[in-house]
Design a protein around this ligand. Structure first.
Ligand SMILES: Nc1ncnc2c1ncn2[C@@H]1O[C@H](COP(=O)(O)OP(=O)(O)OP(=O)(O)O)[C@@H](O)[C@H]1O
Ligand SMILES: [Mg+2]
Length: 321
């Protein structure tokens, strides 16, 4: 029996701005099992980071519920108990700006050990163990962020995240700012420490090919809504939502079987509307090649079409399991 680490239920995060209400995250529901990597994919502005920030308590949710290890989380990050902050960590896209330039790498990794009162008698040794775990040289303890390359900084950010011995890490585009060879190194390190430390990941990216290599299950986001959730391999052999088909049709596939199943190249129609003016009905309908009359009026519910395969699309409303 797998164990659930995180569950969000109908999570909503709206921002009030001078232009109107930004519906950044709108009734998003998913769960993450222990040891699993749940991928969140979507174009820029679809609400991926806001989902992660709201889970982490950076933003108070406008609505909905977040459960961590079965316990409902209330309030923002300030009111969360220290034990929860220890257990939930986040790694950001830009490693440069997330590291204090005045602190040495040793001090950066040691700080969570101090905050959470871990390894009080042998912190220096523990910092070195952590550096070893992520494959960084031990003399990095004396270096400063400005002396490091982008990939090395990201490995320091990952070291800091695992220092508090969390069970869950939200990774927000952790490799998109890096060159391709560094991306592979970081991904391999993340996958290796995931096994070693039994970590569960929320992995955010706009890159479906990358997602295929890291995620066990994937959720596709569009304008603040989840449109499809399925085990990763399903997306490449049986994408259901026209939006997912559009995304998949534009990336290379690996096997001959997939090539046969791959949707015809679907040219992306139109621009993504603003989340201040989300289209009525299905949010994707103005760009959808399979749009029907009802789609501009009726917003479909998320339904389970096959085991563990969920889709929010009017084409499937009669196919609920
Ligand atoms: N603090 C904020 N105040 C107002 N609007 C915000 C705020 N943060 C995000 N938004 C808006 O919410 C929407 C979702 O943004 P978000 O950063 O979550 O998207 P994303 O999927 O992470 O995009 P990207 O791939 O570019 O990182 C966008 O329209 C963004 O402009
Ligand atoms: Mg983002």
């Amino acid at each position: 029996m797998s164990e659930e680490i995180l569950r969000v239920k109908d999570l909503i995060k709206f921002f009030k701005t001078t232009q109107g209400v930004v519906r950044a995250v709108d009734r998003v529901s998913f769960s993450i099992q222990k040891g699993e990597t749940f991928g969140l994919v979507g174009e820029s502005g679809s609400g991926k980071s806001t989902t992660a920030f709201t889970i982490m308590g950076v933003y108070p949710p406008t609505g909905g519920e977040i459960f961590f290890k079965g316990v409902k989380l209330t309030g923002g990050v300030k009111s969360r108990p220290l034990s929860l902050k220890k257990d939930m960590q986040m790694v950001f896209q830009d490693p440069g700006s997330s590291l204090n330039p005045r602190h040495s790498i040793g001090q950066i990794i040691e700080l969570p050990l101090k905050v959470h009162k871990l390894y009080e008698n042998n912190r220096k040794e523990r910092v070195e163990e952590i550096l070893k775990m992520v494959g960084l040289p031990l003399d990095f303890t004396r270096r400063y962020p400005r002396q490091l390359g982008g990939g090395e900084k990201q490995l320091v950010a990952i070291s800091r995240a695992i220092a508090s011995e969390p069970s869950f890490i939200a990774l927000d585009e952790p490799t998109s700012a890096l060159d391709v060879s560094m991306q592979a190194k970081i991904i391999n390190t993340l996958l290796r420490i995931q096994k070693e430390l039994d970590l569960s990941y929320l992995f955010i990216t706009h890159n479906l090919s990358l997602m295929r290599n890291v995620a066990t299950r994937v959720g596709i986001m569009y304008l603040g809504k989840l449109l499809e959730v399925a085990p990763t391999s399903e997306f490449f052999i049986k994408p259901l939502h026209p939006y997912t088909k559009m995304l998949i049709s534009s990336i290379p596939v690996i096997t001959k079987e997939e090539e046969k199943l791959k949707p015809e190249r679907i040219i992306s129609r139109g621009e993504i509307p603003s989340p201040v003016n989300v289209p009525p009905g299905c949010a994707f309908h103005p760009r959808c090649v399979e749009c029907q009359e009802m789609c501009s009026k009726t917003e479909p519910e998320m339904i389970e079409v096959e085991e563990n395969h969920y889709v929010r699309c009017n084409l499937y409303i009669d196919q609920s399991k």
